[in-house]
Write a protein that binds this ligand. Sequence first.
Ligand code: ADP
Ligand code: MG
Length: 435
Amino acid sequence: MLADNILEMLKDEISNIEYERYIKQLKFDEKSSKSDFLVYKAQNPLIANWVKTKYSKKIAQLYEIKTGVKPKVEIVVTKFDKKRKKIIPKETQKNTSSTKLNPSYTFENFVVGSSNQFAYTAALSVAEKPGQLYNPLFIYGGVGLGKTHLLQAIGNYNLDRGKAVIYTTIEQFMNDFTYHLRNQTMDRFREKYRQCDLLLIDDVQFLSRKEQTQEEFFHTFNELHNKSKQIVLTSDKHPKLIAGLEDRLKSRFEWGLIADIQPPELETKIAIIKKKCELDGISLGDDVVNYLATTMDNNIREIEGTIIKLNAYASLMNQKITLDFAKSVLKEQIKEQQENITMDDIIRVVSKELNIKPSEIKSKSRSRQIVNARRIVMYLARNLTPNSMPALAQYFGMKDHTSVSHAMKKINEIMEKDENFKVQIEELTNKIKHS
Ligand code: ADP
Ligand code: MG
C-alpha cells in the first residue's frame, strides 16, 4: 500500500531514533482514508501530536510527489476511539459519514476565560438548542484561539444526541462542489449538504473571491436556514472584513449572532496549558507552565506543539523538564517571536491607514485626530509588543504611565460601544501582523 511506503520513505530523511520511536508506531487506517485523505493510527496522543507537528506536512508532500494529489493527513489516537462510547442511530450514520470530528474537542475540554467566554456560551447555547436561538452563529478570531475546537464541540455534542451533523472546512466544501459539478452529480452534493440538522463550516474566510462556490453556498445556506437547521461558521475575521465576499452572504452571516474570541489573558493561558498537560499525561512544574504562558505568543496550537516538543526532547534525553531545560530548548523559538513586531511597524501601518504622518503621531500635538491615532498606537503596542506601559510612556516622551493607561481605557470604552471601531482595530491588527 502506497501510504505505508511513504512512511518507509521517511526513514531516509530522519534520524533512526525518531523513525523507530514515532513513525514505526503508526498504522495506516485504510478504512477511513480516501485518495486525498490519509488517516494513520497512533497508540497515544504523544506520538500522534509529535507526528502531526513534525511530519504530517512531509508525509503529504511525499504522497503528492507520488500521486499528484495533495492529501490531508490525519493522525488519530486509537485508544481515544475505544474509550469513546458513541451511539449513532443507523439512519444518521449515512449523513454523518463525511464528518471527521476530533473527539477531544468537547466543551468539557475547553477552558473558559474572559477572552473566550462569550463565544463559548454562544456555542454551548446553540449546541443545546440547534436552530432555535442564533442562526447562523458566526465565531471569529485569530489563529489558534479555539474556533475549530468550539465548532467541533457543537458537532460532538449533537452527534452524541443522534443528530445529523456535517462538519467541513470551506475548502473541503469547495473541493466537494467541484468534484460533483465535474461528475454531474450535483443532486448528491445538494442532498448531502441540505439534509443535515447542523452544518458546521470552518474557515469561511477562504470563500473570498470564489464566486461559484459562494453562489452554491448561498443556496445551501438559504435552504437550511428556511428549515431552521443550525448553521455555524468560523472565520479569522469579522464578515465585514472578508474581502471578495458577496454582500448578500456578508449580510446573512450577520443575521444571527457574531461572537469573537480574543487572545487569552495570562490566567486563561495558564489554565489551558495545564488542561492540555492533563489530557496528554504530561507533567510540568508551575515554573515551566508560567514561563511558557508569559513568554510564548497567544497561539494555543503553537503552545501545544511546544509542550509536545519539550516532552519528546525530555524523554529522548531521559531528562526531567526543569525550567532551565525548557529555557534552553525554547530559546531560539521565543526570541524569534518577540522580535516580530516593532513600534515602527505599528506606527507605519496606523499612520498610513489614518492618513497621518508618522512624525505627527510621535509629536506632542493635541489635535483630536492625532491624539486618537496615538491612543490606537499605544493600545496596539500593548497588545502586540512586549512593551510595558512605562516603556511606552517613555517612548512618547510622557511624564509617566498614567497617560498610557488612560489611552488604553479610552480605546476599550469606544470598542465596547462602537462595533465599527472594533472592526477597524482588528483590521489594523491584522495588517500589522502581516506587514
Ligand atoms: P483555531 O481554529 O481558532 O485556529 P483551534 O480550535 O484549532 O484554533 O485551537 C488550537 C488548539 O488550541 C486546539 O488544540 C485547541 O484544543 C486548543 N485550544 C484553544 N483554545 C482552547 C481553550 N480555551 N481550552 C482548551 N484548548 C484550547
Ligand atoms: Mg481552525
